[in-house]
Design a binder for this molecule. Structure first.
Ligand code: SF4
Length: 80
């Protein structure tokens, strides 16, 4: 049996933050920031918006249009 990291890798284990979600989707943006779609709702603009659907989202929601944000490639150090 290898290290915990190697066993997790072997099982396809994904922590919550690594699962497909609006929080790690390339289409999400901070509401009101540059590059975020303008969303008009009754509440003030804060939180996270989806630039595809033009609606507010929550970090752990997801949909069929999810695309992962680009990340730097993993190194062997990440698995020790
Ligand atoms: S609703 Fe879908 S496309 Fe929009 S940010 Fe969330 S996962 Fe991405």
């Amino acid at each position: 049996m290898g290290s915990i990291k190697m066993r997790q890798l072997d099982m396809g284990y994904k922590p919550l933050q690594a699962r497909p979600s609006c929080g790690n989707c390339a289409h999400s943006a901070v509401a009101g920031s540059e590059g975020a779609v303008a969303v008009c709702y009754w509440r003030e603009e804060r939180g996270m918006v989806c630039n595809v659907g033009a609606f507010f989202v929550t970090p752990y929601a997801t949909c069929a249009r999810h695309e992962p944000k680009p990340r730097p490639p993993a190194t062997p150090e990440d698995y020790r």
